[in-house]
Write a protein that binds this ligand. Structure first.
Ligand code: HEM
Length: 197
């Protein structure tokens, strides 16, 4: 069954990018297509981060192993979309003007948070293989807990960049809080001697 689910999910994960390129090719991204590319790849980065975080609770909910088997691929898609996001920012927004980019990172808090999230996500992607998992042992788990920090930074990045309508970042923040809550709850209940069931 999983052998079938994995390639289907893989194709589904690629669809947002394919759709972006198709719309770009057909000139259907509106007046500012580059901005749409940056914004859309940013949103998909955050969505994939949250979907990745949802896999453990989903496993507990369904009792099935498939969510955990998909987790690594989903996490890597988050990294893939942040790379697209960063490339559009460096190439299309700033035309490789490194001085301007550096200034942006220092002066604009939302870029600082985004960059920090990207820097933290990179070692997670680099150590996502089974070989690295074995090599790092217990340190692997500690390192990969950074995913929570990255998700928080991603949401903060979104909060800081919107000028007026906070609706969307608030929705992402609520989803993140729920994902944190469902992870904390069983541990808390166990510690307090209550049955999480
Ligand atoms: C894990 C890391 C990141 C996440 C989760 C993320 C997520 C997002 C999201 C959700 C948006 C808003 C999309 C919308 O308006 O609908 C966005 C926009 C943006 N992000 Fe990121 N981002 C990340 C990293 C970065 C990095 C590294 C940079 C550049 C250094 C960056 C630069 C931008 C820019 C320039 C925008 C558009 C701002 C605007 O149009 O006013 N992001 N990002």
């Amino acid at each position: 069954m999983l052998r079938l689910i994995k390639p289907i999910v893989f194709i589904l994960c690629l669809l947002p990018l394919v759709m972006l390129f198709v719309n770009f090719y057909h000139d259907e991204l509106g007046a500012n297509p580059f901005e749409v590319l940056t914004r859309s790849s940013g949103e998909w980065t955050l969505r994939f981060l949250l979907i990745t975080l949802a896999m453990t609770p989903l496993r507990q909910l369904t009792g099935s192993a498939w969510p955990l088997r998909l987790r690594r691929m989903l996490g890597l898609f988050s990294f893939f979309y942040v790379c697209v996001h960063l490339i559009t920012y460096v190439v299309l927004d700033h035309f490789f003007d490194w001085d301007e980019i550096l200034l942006d990172i220092i002066k604009r808090p939302y870029i600082t948070f985004g960059m920090l999230a990207f820097i933290l996500l990179t070692p997670l992607a680099m150590t996502s293989t089974k070989k690295m998992m074995k090599r790092l042992g217990r340190r692997w788990k500690s390192l990969h807990k950074l995913i929570y920090v990255i998700a928080i930074l991603g949401v903060l990045h979104f909060f800081l960049l919107v000028k007026a309508d906070l609706k969307e970042p608030v929705i992402y923040a609520i989803i993140l809080l729920v994902l944190f809550a469902v992870r904390i709850k069983p541990t808390f209940l166990l510690k307090s001697g209550l049955n999480p069931q």
